[in-house]
Design a protein around this ligand. Structure first.
Ligand SMILES: *Cc1c(COP(=O)(O)O)cnc(C)c1O
Length: 237
């Protein structure tokens, strides 16, 4: 068995175990395999094992892989997105997780209209309030969603967050909890063109904690594909 297959199997088992523990249906939790920096061959292995959702954080890399890999893959843009790169992915990716400014939302909308496509998006929230992270504060999110919901050809499907790096993933439980509460609060507003079905939270280190608190989409990289190697080690953007 390949390493990718092993990793994937372990993650899927952990998802099932966690769901059983907290009384959730594992089908409610979508696994996005984060393939950034990893070669197409490894993606094909995960694809052969049944994975159809893949996440990338760089537009260029995402587009290269999109061209070379099967057409039925649902690509997720999970990294910080610059407005001048929206044109390369709008209408082509299943979901943009990282919408964190009105200017970006407006640009996605403008290009979606221009190309006559619809684009699903998530709003990125910096629940932990870390200075180094992208995302809106929890306080400003509801107002932002109300405004962005008015833009044509984009559809807000939920929220995304990246929790802080911690030794013990239990430390992130309050963050995931706060995120779920925020989504519930927004749902109660019944805003047109907004659903809060997707809570994109939980990575290799803390997807178990995230599922316990209601995550419906986990973004798992290294636990499936192995460690990533960067020239510049440290926080990856
Ligand atoms: C890299 C990345 C992940 C996956 O990280 P792992 O720790 O390898 O699971 C998830 N979300 C975002 C936004 C990322 O950039």
């Amino acid at each position: 068995m390949s390493e990718v297959y092993e990793g994937l199997k372990n993650v899927v088992e952990q998802v099932k175990e966690t769901c059983a523990k907290v009384g959730r249906d594992p089908d409610e939790v979508c696994l996005v395999a984060v393939s950034k920096t990893k070669p197409a061959d490894m993606i094909r292995e995960a694809y052969a094992a049944g994975v159809r959702d893949f996440g990338e954080n760089k537009v260029q890399e995402l587009c290269d892989k999109m061209e070379r890999l099967p057409q039925d893959i649902r690509w997720h843009m999970i990294g910080h997105l610059q407005r001048n790169k929206v044109k390369f992915i709008v209408g082509k990716v299943a979901l943009i997780h990282s919408v964190d400014s009105m200017r970006l939302a407006a640009e996605i909308s403008r290009l979606a209209v221009l190309n006559n496509v619809e684009q699903d998006i998530l709003i990125e929230v910096n629940v932990g309030g870390e200075a180094t992270k992208f995302g809106l504060s929890t306080e400003e999110t509801i107002q932002f969603v109300k405004e962005a919901a008015k833009l044509p050809n984009i559809h807000i499907k939920g929220l995304m967050t990246s929790a802080p790096y911690v030794e013990d993933s239990k430390e992130n439980l309050p963050i995931f909890h706060k995120m779920k509460e925020l989504a519930v609060d927004i749902s109660k507003e019944n805003i047109d063109n907004v659903s809060m079905n997707i809570l994109s939270m939980g990575m290799s280190q803390d997807f178990v904690a995230a599922i316990q608190e209601g995550s419906t989409m986990i973004r798992v990289g290294s636990k499936i594909f192995g460690q990533r190697y960067y020239f510049n080690q440290g926080e990856q953007m």
